[in-house]
Design a binder for this molecule. Structure first.
Ligand code: B16
Ligand code: MG
Length: 218
């Protein structure tokens, strides 16, 4: 049996940092006079920091200088990091720890494929870093999801062929990226939104060990 690689997205799959991204973006949006709601925040999931700012500025429909944009990107990240600083293991999403443990006990690879440039400090704060054989994040890639670059790099680092990779993702762009790479895509969230996922579960509490076992034998 070939060894598999289980590639996890971070925000929305391992931890719910979307709420902290929202608070930091909302503070910035208020300062620059843009109305930014939780519904708008949905559009930022899985999207890079730079692209997120573009989307927010698009809501206000005004032009700004590169200097302003750089200042705002920095400020948003400073505010976001203040939330991250307070994170601990209690913020790991339900049944994620058990799933990682099960995969490790079965001697399979675990990798991270995230758009976030803060992925490592977050994994450290929630004490999950030791599970990961490879980490690919926003610092490593030039092309954002739905480009498969982040997952291809992860597969490459652990030396597993694409068809033996299984990707857990909460964003449509991430599911698309996994499918383009010919990896098994597993949506975590609402199946009516993650329509293109090969399998979809509301969260890891719904993924039992027999399902993972089936993936191992695939
Ligand atoms: P940062 P993921 C993504 O992480 C988030 O979903 C997205 O909302 C965020 O803008 C992006 O990371 C960049 O994050 O500002 O920390 O570099 O879902 O791909 O793990
Ligand atoms: Mg995500």
């Amino acid at each position: 049996m070939n060894k598999k690689a289980f590639i996890f997205d971070l925000d929305g799959v391992i931890v719910d940092t979307a709420k902290y991204h929202f608070l930091a973006w909302q503070k910035l949006a208020e300062e620059i006079g843009v109305d930014f709601t939780p519904e708008h925040n949905e559009e930022l999931k899985g999207v890079s920091r730079v692209r997120s700012l573009e989307i927010i500025l698009g809501l206000g429909n005004f032009q700004s200088s590169q200097e302003d944009k750089d200042k705002w990107l920095h400020q948003k990240n400073v505010d976001y990091l203040a939330y991250i600083k307070k994170m601990d293991e209690s913020e790991i999403l339900p049944a994620v720890y058990e799933t990682l443990t099960f995969i490790k006990e079965h001697n399979q690879f675990i990798a991270l494929g995230s758009a976030s440039k803060n992925a490592r400090p977050i994994l450290e704060k929630v004490k999950l870093l030791h599970f990961f054989d490879a980490i690919v994040d926003g610092n490593d890639v030039t092309n954002a999801k739905p480009d498969p670059e982040v997952f291809l790099q992860a597969a490459n680092l652990v030396g597993v062929s694409n068809e033996n990779c299984i990707v857990f993702e909460d964003s449509q762009a991430g599911i698309k990226a996994a499918n383009i790479a010919n990896m098994t895509s597993i949506g975590i969230g609402d199946a009516s939104i993650l329509k293109e996922a090969r399998y979809c579960f509301p969260n890891f509490l719904h993924i039992d060990s027999s399902f993972i076992d089936t993936l191992l034998k695939d």
